[in-house]
Design a protein around this ligand. Structure first.
Ligand SMILES: Cc1ncc(COP(=O)(O)O)c(C=O)c1O
Length: 406
């Protein structure tokens, strides 16, 4: 929408806000284009590119020998909106299911009506385990919880699927591989418990990852010899897909690369898997003024105009997920031209130096992160100029930002 039509329709906004209120992502319908909780506002928003998500997941599967993908949707699907991404992946064949870490994310997904399997990688108390099972979510299990699982199987009159979590060297979650067999046997002693899958995490140390896979496969073999089927094996996150072919196993488990970002410098440099940008982070100019020579900007007054200068104020700040470090390091795109972010960034505001001329107006659209001809505003470019890293950049895009699935 251009500035003129934006300004013409923006007057309706307060009425829409008070009568509709703010819908949650689970309540809104991300496939409508656009699903505005707040129509036509100045506030920042995200445009999520569904075609790019499909392209990326298909490329990742192809590069892992056609293996199915357990799509990691943790941390609000790396900022892309957990329900919106899952609803889109429902119709993408290579996506087997979804992995999340927080129980609330798993519940939100289950309640959104998606039909593919949801695997909860995070911990559950006994109370939470029942809640999870009620919602048909598959829990990760790394202790002998057979008593409770058997009770729940009887109560809900169905087998209890689990993904068995093995620690092959990461040292944070999972039963250590050398202590795993007794736990496997204890769980497998009950017909009511079904090993839907078994997983481990790679340390992303190129020399050690193959040893982890050897340990993992060895456990699998030991179980097989005792007649125990451990289900679908999965280990490879994005780094494993790029660098460790032996880790592709039966299924792969990427996160960051689904969202168009490379897991490390080596993968970014080689671009051996051609990922596409999956989002634009945008806002609108909320105010434009010319300041005088000697006038200052923002807290701390670390910007003093050397001459009369046009300044645009944007209603976006570090609380939205636009990093503080963008000030004096990054540009934004307005009307086809890039301008520097200046002064200091505050929670809700950002200032842009337009220069000698008034080249922007209130209501003009601003691209903060996304694709430009020079690729200077991609997530990787912003992450590198600010020093925050792509994982942090994506995962800190605030969940309150409206997401428009295009
Ligand atoms: C267990 C597990 N698997 C897979 C992933 C996805 O990792 P990446 O985003 O590097 O692909 C994560 C992310 O932290 C994870 O914790």
């Amino acid at each position: 929408m251009n500035r003129r039509s934006f300004l013409a329709t923006a007057g309706m906004t307060p009425f829409a806000m008070s009568s509709v209120g703010r819908t949650t992502e689970a309540e809104s319908t991300p496939d409508q284009s656009p699903p505005y909780p707040l129509p036509n506002g100045y506030e920042p928003w995200l445009e999520i590119k569904k075609d790019a998500l499909t392209w990326n997941v298909e490329q990742l599967s192809k590069n892992a020998g056609g293996k199915p993908v357990l799509a990691v949707l943790k941390d609000h699907a790396y900022g892309h909106g957990i329900v919106g991404v899952a609803r889109h992946f429902e119709s993408v064949d290579v996506v087997h299911g979804y992995a999340v870490v927080k129980i609330q994310s798993a519940i939100d997904l289950a309640e959104s009506g998606v039909r593919k399997p949801i695997v909860l990688l995070g911990p559950t108390t006994d109370f939470e385990l029942e809640y999870v099972v009620q919602h048909n979510i598959i829990p990760a299990v790394y202790t002998d919880r057979s008593d409770l699982l058997v009770k729940l199987a009887a109560k809900y009159n169905r087998p209890m699927k689990i993904h068995f979590y093995v620690d092959t060297g990461m040292g944070r979650v999972g039963v250590p591989y050398y202590q795993a067999m007794p736990v496997v046997e204890a769980l497998a002693a009950h017909n009511e418990i079904v090993f839907d899958g078994t997983l481990t995490e790679l340390t992303e140390d190129d020399d050690f990852d193959p040893e982890q896979i050897r340990r993992f496969n060895d456990l699998y073999e030991q179980a097989n010899q005792k007649g125990i089927e451990l289900g679908v094996r999965h280990a490879a996150s994005s780094g494993g897909i790029f660098h460790v072919p032996v880790a592709h196993l039966d299924m792969v488990r990427p996160g960051i690369s689904l969202y168009g970002c490379f897991p490390d410098d080596e993968a970014e440099k080689s671009r051996s898997i051609p990922l596409r940008t999956t989002f634009n982070f945008k806002t609108r100019v909320m105010y434009v003024k010319q300041i005088r020579q000697g006038d200052s900007l923002q807290y701390g007054r670390n910007y003093i105009a050397e001459k009369p200068t046009w300044i645009a104020t944007l209603p976006v700040g570090h609380a939205d997920g636009w990093p503080r470090q963008t000030a004096n390091n990054c540009n934004v795109l307005i009307n086809g031209r890039q301008y520097p972010v200046v002064a200091t960034l505050s929670a809700n505001h950002c200032l842009v130096e337009l220069g000698d001329e008034k080249t922007a107006e209130m209501g003009d659209e601003v691209l903060l992160i996304g694709e430009t001809e020079d690729q200077g505003l991609t997530a990787h470019a912003v992450a590198s100029k600010t020093g925050v890293g792509v994982y942090t950049l994506l995962m800190h895009l605030n969940s309150w930002l409206p997401r428009r699935y295009i």
